[in-house]
Design a protein around this ligand. Structure first.
Ligand code: ZN
Length: 99
């Protein structure tokens, strides 16, 4: 039986920022250029041309969505969007202090 479990792994924050699609209840957004209104299973941003390697989601219950994306794109990495935002906020705060 195959299930989804969240795991902790070390990632390159800049790489995630560059290749992230953020999927909400109603629409999806390219994190890099803020293009909205894409299909949640889009593989590439139609505006900036970046290929999505990571998916962050704001849905409360994403399991059915995860299965659909995983069937179409087995290499897609799902990240916890709250974890990601915490990491970028922490980095941005540190950058402010280093000024
Ligand atoms: Zn884009």
């Amino acid at each position: 039986m195959r299930v989804f479990l969240r795991v902790w792994k070390e990632w390159d924050l800049a790489d995630i920022e560059k290749h992230l699609i953020v999927v909400g209840e109603l629409s999806s957004e390219c994190y890099g250029c803020h293009k909205i209104g894409m299909d949640s299973t889009a593989k590439q941003c139609p505006d900036c041309g970046v290929f999505f390697k990571y998916t962050g989601f704001r849905r409360k219950d994403p399991i059915n969505y995860l299965r659909r994306v995983k069937d179409e794109d087995p290499g897609m990495v799902f990240i916890d969007f709250d974890d990601f935002k915490k990491a970028t906020n922490k980095r941005d705060a540190k950058n402010l202090l280093d000024w």
